[in-house]
Design a protein. Structure first.
Length: 402
């Protein structure tokens, strides 16, 4: 069973009924959202000049890309997202709708997109990415469109004025704009300009457009700096879950471990802190969110941890593919997930931890109590400690003695 699954929804487009499996952990899990519906209706009413190759950027569980494939069955469609769970559900939804000829892969914005000859790029652009990232998503599409290719986007009204201002650019021709209550749809293309000199950054993330600031963390008599970015939590202060987890890790201070696995690393506070207090051979970073992985790796490197000792896994769950036993597994459970997901992660951790290894799970105290009950029922692990603070808890576990 899939612990992330919420329900199936029906969506009618191009005289066809589509079925979408959705997860509570993904955007628009109740139904296909109004913004997506407005964008798809506009594309149907004002079809682009050419649609042999389409990029659906930030595809979620797939409603835009899959719907367009029903209209343009011979087209080559690319669907990208930074969330591994979104890619997983997009793949499932292609299969249950019997649709093929679609490429699905991970990308943070355009950074993972290798091809640059799309006829159409479509996106339901999120609002809380920061102005620099928003401008990048709006304007750097020029590097991925063929001459004459079009951009079709929907945004919420809160950023509509900013988007309108950015598209008021002499190199951009806005083809269509329409406002609905709460939403705006824009179609536009880039004009061929002989004297236009625009340099494309090799990787937008590396160029710093996601950067939000730096945080100086002082613990255990030491200080370290963490770069923070937009679109990830804890950009200005630690959550109570992270705070209580870091306090719990003091029991490891001075130890030497072959490997440590950190999941849901966020801005990177946890992997950097543990790399400072113990001697670690390798750090495995496991996360659904590609941005969290890249930022955590960058923060480890900037704090002196060697690049060859960092291994990244962009995936759902924490079962690392090489199946190596791990000496320490730790992370903060995502509050958007349900208790079935927490139970899955606990079972996966129990299957990977070494004989003398230790596991730290941080979450709200109610969720930790449920995990305690699961452990007592299934006898997966031995509880060696629990720390509580401000309604949050850390559960410390190890293998049961044989």
């Amino acid at each position: 069973m899939d612990p992330y699954f919420k329900k199936e929804i029906k969506f009618y487009y191009n005289k066809r009924e589509l079925i979408f499996r959705v997860s509570q952990s993904l955007f628009s899990s109740q139904d296909v959202d109004l913004g997506t519906r407005h964008l798809l209706k506009t594309i149907a009413d004002l079809p682009p000049k050419k649609c042999e190759k389409i990029l659906d950027m930030g595809c979620g569980y797939g409603p835009i890309g899959i719907s367009l494939k029903t209209v343009y069955p011979s087209s080559e469609i690319h669907m990208t997202d930074k969330d591994a769970l979104a890619l997983d559900y997009s793949s499932q939804n292609l299969e249950i709708n019997n649709i093929s000829g679609v490429k699905i892969y991970a990308s943070l914005g355009y950074d993972g997109v290798a091809e640059k000859d799309f006829d159409l790029i479509v996106s339901n652009i999120p609002a809380k990415v920061g102005d620099k990232v928003l401008t990048h998503m709006l304007k750097d599409s020029r590097f991925y469109l063929r001459p004459g290719g079009q951009m079709a986007i929907v945004v919420i009204d809160a950023i509509g004025d900013y988007v309108t201002k950015e598209l008021n650019d002499p190199t951009i021709k806005v083809l269509f704009t329409k406002r609905w209550p709460g939403y705006l749809v824009f179609f536009y293309e880039f004009l061929p300009t002989a004297d236009l000199h625009v340099a494309q950054s090799a990787q937008a993330f590396g160029s710093g457009i996601y950067d939000r600031g730096k945080q100086i963390i002082t613990r255990e008599g030491m200080s370290f700096s963490i770069k923070t970015t937009y679109n990830l939590p804890e950009f200005d202060t630690l959550s109570y879950e992270t705070d209580v987890l870091l306090d719990s890790l003091k029991i490891l201070k001075g130890k030497k471990l072959n490997n440590v696995l950190v999941f849901n690393s966020g801005q990177g506070y946890i992997p950097v802190f543990i790399s400072k207090i113990i001697d670690i051979g390798k750090i495995y970073l496991v996360d659904r969110d590609m941005q969290a992985l890249e930022l955590s790796e960058e923060n480890l490197l900037s704090n002196g941890y060697p690049v060859n000792n960092i291994l990244l896994a962009h995936q759902v769950g924490i079962s690392f593919l090489n199946r190596e036993t791990i000496d320490c597994i730790l992370g903060v459970l995502d509050e958007d997930d349900n208790s079935d997901v927490y139970a899955m992660l606990l079972r996966e951790a129990a299957g990977q931890i070494s004989t003398s290894g230790v596991i730290f799970f941080a979450a709200g105290s109610t969720a930790i109590t449920r995990l305690e009950n699961l452990l007592h029922k299934e006898k997966l692990l031995q509880i060696v400690g629990r720390k509580r603070s401000k309604g949050k808890s850390v559960l410390v576990m190890k293998r049961k003695a044989q």
